[in-house]
Design a protein around this ligand. Structure first.
Ligand SMILES: Nc1nc2c(ncn2[C@@H]2O[C@H](COP(=O)(O)OP(=O)(O)O)[C@@H](O)[C@H]2O)c(=O)[nH]1
Ligand SMILES: [Mg+2]
Ligand SMILES: [Zn+2]
Length: 315
């Protein structure tokens, strides 16, 4: 009753006398169940005020304890948000990221289209990206390395990992990259995401268990985005997120596409037509770059597929 009175009076966190409204970090979210971690590391099950909830892992919130549980009072402005969007819905991965790490491998063969989609979404969201080539112990790594050459050339960091067969070297490669950052790990299944989490987060299983208890929805946790601290001082974190398949990019307008692909962006400004689609127009700087080998054929093919996909009518 007292809390309601204060809210009705329009008081904010700053003028509440006993700081009943606290800051917190969303470490798991499943529908209207949100696990919030306080600055001292306590985790509280919270529910958003109101019907609609669009909170995601990585969100900073203001929340208030009511009984054993909490109510989310406000969402702090997001630095960034990584999401995918198909014709029907938007799916958010996480917010306030420093790095997106996309895991790929030679076996199973990774989809370059999926990789490109993730990189484009991150570019649009203003998030730095890195590609982790895992399973470099396998012969198939040679071809994967070749397929990644265009990405190295366009300035994306590509690191080599053998998470299972050379965990020590892999950890030594990853640690400086991840230090002090919030990193989202994405990758098609089979690339080694779980191996990576288990290598870097010894308490991973326990942390997941704790969250599934808090969410009271154990059966859902494998499909839930999860936040893991990498160190006791809680400076570095990994976010494991499912849902890499069907990476829709409907948030992007077709003319914007080339500007979000660094190898294409470098060739822009040399086209005869200012609204060049880089598909068939004469005097196209992008296609000249393709002819000179500065843009890889695979990238040009993926660009064309994406351009068509984003150009079709939505319904
Ligand atoms: N040869 C090899 N296999 C690996 C490596 N890392 C992971 N694997 C294997 O690849 C399979 C998929 O790994 P997992 O971590 O479950 O992939 P996830 O589906 O991305 O979570 C498992 O059988 C792992 O043991 C590696 O560096 N080399
Ligand atoms: Mg897995
Ligand atoms: Zn052009």
């Amino acid at each position: 009753m007292r809390r309601q009175g204060r809210r009705a009076a329009g008081l904010t966190a700053h003028d509440s006398p006993d700081s009943a409204v606290d800051s917190g970090l969303v470490v798991a979210a499943h529908g209207r169940h949100v696990v919030v971690e306080t600055p001292d590391g306590t985790r509280v099950l919270c529910h958003p005020r109101g019907k609609k909830s669009d909170l995601v892992v990585g969100d900073r919130v203001r929340w208030m304890l009511t009984g054993d549980e909490g109510v989310i009072e406000a969402l702090e402005p997001r630095r960034n948000l990584l999401f995918r969007q198909d014709e029907w819905r938007t799916k958010s991965f996480a917010a306030n990221l420093d790095l997106l790490l996309v895991l790929v491998a030679g076996e199973p063969v990774f989809s370059e289209s999926q990789l490109t989609r993730a990189l484009i979404a991150a570019e649009q969201a203003g998030i730095t990206t890195c590609i982790g080539l895992n399973k470099t112990d396998l012969p198939a790594a040679a071809l994967a390395r070749e397929r990644l050459a265009p990405y190295v050339a366009m300035g994306i960091q590509v690191i080599e990992l053998a998470l299972k067969t050379d965990p020590q070297r892999s950890r030594a490669t990853l640690q400086p990259l991840l230090a002090g950052k919030t990193t989202l790990v994405l990758g098609p299944s089979g690339m080694g995401k779980s191996t990576l989490i288990n290598l870097l987060v010894p308490q991973a299983a326990a942390q997941v268990g704790e969250i599934s208890v808090a969410l009271a929805a154990g059966r859902h946790t494998t499909t839930t985005t999860t936040w893991y601290w990498l160190d006791g001082t809680r400076q570095a974190a990994l976010i494991d997120s499912p849902g890499f398949q069907e990476f829709g990019l409907r948030q992007i307008e077709p003319p914007q596409l080339a500007t979000l692909m660094p190898d294409f962006a470098a060739a822009l400004g040399h086209c005869r037509f200012h609204n060049c689609s880089h598909r068939h127009e004469p005097g196209c700087g992008v296609r000249e770059a393709l002819a000179r080998g500065e843009i890889a054929e695979s990238r040009y093919r993926i660009y064309g597929e994406l351009f068509d996909e984003l150009s079709t009518k939505r319904w």
